[in-house]
Design a protein around this ligand. Structure first.
Ligand code: AMP
Length: 281
């Protein structure tokens, strides 16, 4: 495995590895088993003749909250070890100064899917994601990229970006990896208090119960109100949103026969957790 710390090193290291599939897995580091699952999928997609590239970059421009950025865990040594174990060929680990010119002034913004769910609550977040992912796509020039469904809206927006900007890249969505108790793995979980960590699997329980209710024909409005009520019974928890939407457009579900998504964001103290579940009737 090779590590590139600058764009120049990355280009140099990648040049001789091109020829087969080049599969990119973008991450912000503090890697866990959820990331490992994406990296292993990338390894399978790349095969023996292809190449897996992981980026580990805490992208400042996608943070709408300075405190969240400064408290974000960073574990570069362990990240490199995990990448090695998952069969990654190249890790790209730039600093923010290397990624962005001080006076960078070009934005990449998706304007339809980004206005709802997390996009409505975190202004600028998805523009920051689209900017960094376009830069990574241009730098790595992958044939494929793997993203987790944990960030379902992010995946939907990036699919739209790839389509509308003609990136010749196939995106793959990976299933959510969870702890035994159902909590979706997240780099932010280590920041939960012991009480909130113990209560956090309540999100998954609420989502599973909601999926049952949806199957039984309960209205979206009642289901979402129920999810909010259950979660806000936990001391120190505030639901940011709980919404059922069309799984493709992320906008209002107009035909209940279409695939639907229930997405939730909730603050456990200061820590914002997200999760989702695909619904069918
Ligand atoms: P992050 O480092 O949080 O930006 O995540 C990097 C990639 O890993 C994104 O595509 C995430 O959706 C994905 N990811 C993070 N947590 C999980 C998880 N628990 N299960 C599956 N994918 C995940």
């Amino acid at each position: 495995m090779q590590t590139a710390y600058s764009k120049e090193e990355l280009r140099k290291v990648l040049a001789p590895l091109r020829g087969g599939r080049v599969v990119l897995v973008p991450t912000m580091g503090a890697l866990h088993a959820g990331h490992a699952s994406l990296l292993r999928q990338a390894r399978v997609l790349a095969g023996d003749s292809g190449c897996v590239v992981a980026s580990v970059f805490l992208n400042p421009v996608q943070f709408d909250n300075a405190g969240d950025l400064s408290a974000y865990p960073q574990t570069p040594e362990a990240d490199l070890e995990l990448c090695r174990c998952c069969g990654v060929d190249v890790v790209f680990m730039p600093t923010p100064e290397m990624m962005y010119c001080a006076d960078h002034s070009v934005s990449v913004e998706e304007t339809h899917l980004s206005g709802v769910l997390c996009g409505a609550k975190r202004p600028g977040h998805f523009a920051g994601v689209c900017l960094v992912v376009s830069k990574l796509f241009n730098l790595v020039q992958p044939t494929d990229a793997v993203f987790g469904k944990k960030d379902y809206q992010q995946l939907a927006i990036l699919r739209r970006m790839v389509r509308d900007l003609d990136f010749p890249i196939t995106l793959h969505g990976a299933e959510i990896v969870r702890e035994q108790d159902g909590l979706a793995l997240s780099s932010r979980n280590v920041r939960l208090t012991p009480e909130h960590r113990a209560a956090a699997p309540g999100i998954r329980k609420a989502l599973l119960a909601a999926a049952d209710s949806y199957r039984c024909g309960v209205s979206a409005e009642d289901i979402c109100a129920g999810v909010c009520a259950v979660l806000e019974r936990i001391p120190g928890v505030r639901v940011d949103y709980a919404e059922i939407c069309d799984a493709e457009t992320l906008h209002e579900l107009t035909d209940c026969k279409r695939p639907a998504l229930l997405a939730v964001a909730a603050y456990f103290g200061e820590i914002r957790l997200i999760d989702n579940i695909e619904l069918s009737r």
